[in-house]
Ligand binder design. Structure first.
Ligand code: NAY
Length: 289
């Protein structure tokens, strides 16, 4: 069975502080209504790279306190500050997170040796398993199959959150590492990723769209490719509308339409305008009602 993870959003108050009640509501919705297999906590969708270390800790605490062991939890601890990543890896492991993940180091141009050291340092002394978070479009860091192989020499590195439109590389990686956990990260490209035998998916739009995506995965498993393709088309119509309306605030606005208090995004992300609110209402009515 392929696994479906929502990339957890963080609800913020208007001043950028964390809205704990709203964040808990989104966690509950994902578990109780969406019936996800897991949550990816502290990723791009959680606006994690805009948070202070204290806020990151707060989110990690809220998520595990609310989700308990009801679903699988992956804590994304990668950061520009390696010491912070190391601290957070220990912190979430002590909280009981069964898996961690770390984005490839970004902003500065690092050699592969530096990238490898970063992962090995994060895992040093930490009794946990890690998924490499590969998202070249945002980090500018692309890893080759040989480099993935070198990273996998560390037995604690168990897989990849593969947010990349390079399907040639995905096919190579899948077949070279059949025992590694590969979770696809681009919601709009789920169907081709399923065809290449990924183990599941992690995505922002699954917060709203998980039932349709589960149906697509079931259709795929049953060999009903026409149905899977039709469901992916509807999902992609919804994703296109969300992206055109600024995806992160829009996801939250649609959640609000559904009665889930997703709060604001954190500056410098945009506050919703009246036009965005009207468009989000339409997206809700068209795709999620
Ligand atoms: C994360 O860390 O939250 C993710 O990477 C989730 C994957 C998302 N990627 C980004 C950059 O947000 O769900 C996708 C993405 O929002 C979706 O495919 C729409 O493009």
């Amino acid at each position: 069975m392929k696994k479906l993870y929502s990339a957890l959003m963080t609800a913020f108050n208007e001043d950028g502080s964390i809205n704990e009640a709203g964040t808990r509501e989104m966690i509950r919705y994902n578990i109780d209504v969406n019936k996800v297999d897991g949550l990816y906590v502290g990723g791009s969708t959680g606006e994690n790279f805009l948070l202070s270390p204290e806020q990151k800790k707060q989110v990690f605490k809220i998520a595990i306190d609310e989700a308990k062991s009801d679903v699988d939890l992956i804590a994304q601890v990668g950061s520009l500050d390696l010491n912070e990543s190391k601290f957070l890896a220990k912190f979430v492991t002590d909280l009981g997170y069964p898996k961690i993940s770390a984005v490839t180091p970004f902003y500065y141009k690092y050699t592969f040796e530096e990238i490898k050291d970063y992962y090995n340092e994060i895992l040093k002394g930490v009794d946990n398993k890690l998924l490499i978070y590969s998202i070249p479009a945002l980090t500018g860091v692309g890893l080759s199959i040989e480099q993935f192989a070198e990273l996998f020499e560390n037995p604690k590195i168990i897989g990849i959150k593969y947010t990349n439109a390079d399907f040639y590389l995905l096919e190579r990686v899948r077949n070279k590492f059949p025992d590694k956990l590969i979770l696809s990260g681009f919601d709009e490209m789920l169907l081709p990723a399923l065809a290449l035998n990924v183990d599941g998916c992690i995505g922002s739009t699954y917060n709203l769209n998980a039932p349709r995506v589960r149906a697509e995965m079931d259709a795929f498993d049953a060999g009903d490719i026409d149905k899977a393709r039709e469901l992916q088309k509807v999902s992609n119509d919804a994703i296109t509308a969300l992206i055109q309306n600024d995806i992160y605030p829009s996801l939250k606005l649609v959640f609000e339409e559904m009665g889930v208090h997703a709060g604001f995004t954190k500056a410098p992300m945009a506050k919703p305008t009246d036009e965005m609110r009207a468009d989000a209402k339409k997206i809700y009515q068209d795709y999620f009602k």
